[in-house]
Design a protein around this ligand. Sequence first.
Ligand SMILES: Cc1cc2nc3c(=O)[nH]c(=O)nc-3n(C[C@H](O)[C@H](O)[C@H](O)COP(=O)(O)OP(=O)(O)OC[C@H]3O[C@@H](n4cnc5c(N)ncnc54)[C@H](O)[C@@H]3O)c2cc1C
Ligand SMILES: NC(=O)c1ccc[n+]([C@@H]2O[C@H](COP(=O)([O-])OP(=O)(O)OC[C@H]3O[C@@H](n4cnc5c(N)ncnc54)[C@H](O)[C@@H]3O)[C@@H](O)[C@H]2O)c1
Length: 476
Amino acid sequence: MNDAPRTYDVVVIGAGPVGENLADRTRAAGLSTVVVERELVGGECSYWACMPSKALLRPVAARAEARRLPGLAASVAGPLDSAEVLARRNAFTANWKDDGQVAWLDSVHLDLVRGRGRLDGPRQVVVDTPDGGTVRLTARHAVAVCTGTTAALPDLAGLADVRPWTSREATSAQQVPESLVVVGGGVVAVEMATAWQALGARVTVLVRGGALLERMEPFAGEMVADGLREAGAEVRFGVSVTSVVREGRQVRVGLDDGGELTADEILFAVGRKPHTGDLGLDTIGLAPGGWLTVDDTCQVTDIADGWLYAAGDVNHRALLTHQGKYQGRMAGAAIAARAKGEPVDDAPWGAHVATADHGAVPQVVFTDPEVGAVGLSAQEAESAGHRVRVVDYDMANVSGASLFGDDYRGRARMVVDLDREILVGVTFVGPGVSELVHSATVAVAGEVPISRLWHAVPSYPTISEIWLRLLETYRG
Ligand SMILES: Cc1cc2nc3c(=O)[nH]c(=O)nc-3n(C[C@H](O)[C@H](O)[C@H](O)COP(=O)(O)OP(=O)(O)OC[C@H]3O[C@@H](n4cnc5c(N)ncnc54)[C@H](O)[C@@H]3O)c2cc1C
Ligand SMILES: NC(=O)c1ccc[n+]([C@@H]2O[C@H](COP(=O)([O-])OP(=O)(O)OC[C@H]3O[C@@H](n4cnc5c(N)ncnc54)[C@H](O)[C@@H]3O)[C@@H](O)[C@H]2O)c1
């Protein structure tokens, strides 16, 4: 049965973290807003990505930290209790139920329509509802596409018959496999290899290229590879999968070097593709299946009257929850300003633009050691035309780090723009660095001059003293 058409100021397709944030902004600005969700309110992040993966990884990091402390190490020498770790992970996903998130939508007076949304011409969204009906929604001011991504899979014959793991199975599996092959060298690959190795699987990581975490400073991937190997995982570089066959409980994996492997499960962590294939983009003159190109207010380019926005993973600017939510806040504010005929502050770092996406994106990789980085790597800064100086420091020489754990191994780098004497990138690798990253984000996004950073005194004896050491090294 088809419901009567409804009109709202703003229609948001996708209730992941980004859609929720954008809708919250437009609603708070007084615009009537409806959210369309085809699966679970909360999106990939809450159920098959950030939250469950970090719930799996937190005990791994806590145990690794305890094992570096005499007096404590012996009491954590045994294996993790995988059943308890998986149960806590289940709790963090609310057992894959979204009642809590729906209650939040209700509490802030956002309407929800469940079903698959698709565009049907300018400002029109049709929702195919689970009961087989449709709901037609019309947007007075804006439609915001926040539909996220799904795991990409390589084109290998018979792959579906193998029932490979993607990020979904890697974050939701209820049993620890005896052995797991992980294909890929990005963030999903290294985090999930770390988690499942610690939970008791024998993990082999197959990397097509020559490094892990290729978009970060090279020492990050090198130290994470060392950490994985020390944890007992095998990490192989320069190798590609050419065939996969499931034989009983095992997957047989053929490699381009002529070798073969068998394992209980195979995880493909080879990147993402956008949820735009079945979104009706053809009805508004765009090609289905691609990433949506936006300006800094997250308005999709080349759409007459500028009614279409895209925020979060689907615009491919930065595939991270925190950055997508930031885009959602900025796009929500821009939609509200335009709807009210108020000026749009779209100068760099203005109130309606996601300027930080260009050079101040932070990321933490929750491996052992952790990686925390913001802004540009040295290579990216040079390619972008900055005249830079790279300052490195061995974090083992920081008092707070040596107190944090025996045999502390870590490294930090700051990339200084010599013409402006500000930082354009900072990377920390080591245990416990995840909470340091925001200090670097403030320095990079705030374009704080080095002369003023000298007055930001880190507390003694914390790992934050790495800041003083980096600045001293820079000044000689
Ligand atoms: C394993 C893993 C771990 C990660 N860990 C982190 C981390 O620690 N930190 C971090 O910052 N990022 C992390 N990420 C990235 C993060 O998950 C994404 O950046 C984030 O989920 C993007 O949010 P989004 O709202 O754009 O999309 P999503 O979270 O994908 O939400 C999109 C929503 O839209 C819905 N939808 C799609 N199409 C339609 C349609 N046609 N109609 C209606 N609804 C639709 C989907 O069902 C979904 O609910 C991780 C990713 C993975 C895979
Ligand atoms: N802690 C975090 O912030 C976090 C955690 C997980 C994921 N994420 C985000 O999710 C996104 C997706 O992560 P991801 O690791 O899936 O993607 P990615 O793009 O980061 O890495 C993909 C990896 O797969 C390799 N690859 C691509 N095609 C391949 C093929 N056919 N065969 C073998 N290898 C191949 C690439 O060389 C690369 O090493 C990332 O952008 C990341 O930022 C963030």
